[in-house]
Design a protein around this ligand. Structure first.
Ligand code: HEC
Length: 101
């Protein structure tokens, strides 16, 4: 019985850590990303595909907290006043590049 309980707890922990943005919705994040033309500076800076900002070898973001912080900074750049829910959506969307656990 103890073993089963332990296994259940382990599974719950794994499921919870599988997604850093459990309250985010990928499609909603993509919509915000396009609506605010998030890649316009990134593309201008790096040339071509702005998404390389998220996959460059010396990228700044290494965990969910840093990603949320950067979304806030960049959101400020575009005059967006993201709600915590918006930040979760964008985090969920951008996690396709970061694969944060
Ligand atoms: C006004 C220009 C500008 C706009 C618009 C912009 N960004 Fe950025 N973004 C930057 C710059 C500059 C950096 C690089 C910061 C650095 O290297 O210190 C950056 C970096 C980032 C990174 C971190 C990449 C890494 O190194 O891991 C994320 C995430 C990000 N932006 C998300 C967004 C999102 C989401 C939006 C739309 C809300 C957005 N950005 C719009 C200028 C912009």
């Amino acid at each position: 019985m103890k073993l089963i309980t332990a296994l259940m707890l382990l599974c719950a922990a794994t499921a919870a850590s599988a997604n850093s943005f459990p309250n985010g919705n990928v499609q909603a994040g993509q919509k915000l990303f396009e609506q605010y033309k998030c890649n316009r500076c990134h593309a201008a800076m790096l040339g071509g595909d702005g998404n390389t900002m998220f996959t460059r070898t010396d990228r700044k973001v290494h965990n969910a907290t840093e990603l949320i912080e950067q979304i806030r900074i960049c959101g400020g750049n575009v005059g967006a006043n993201f709600t915590p829910q918006d930040e979760q959506h964008l985090g969920a969307y951008l996690n396709r590049y970061y694969n944060l656990k």
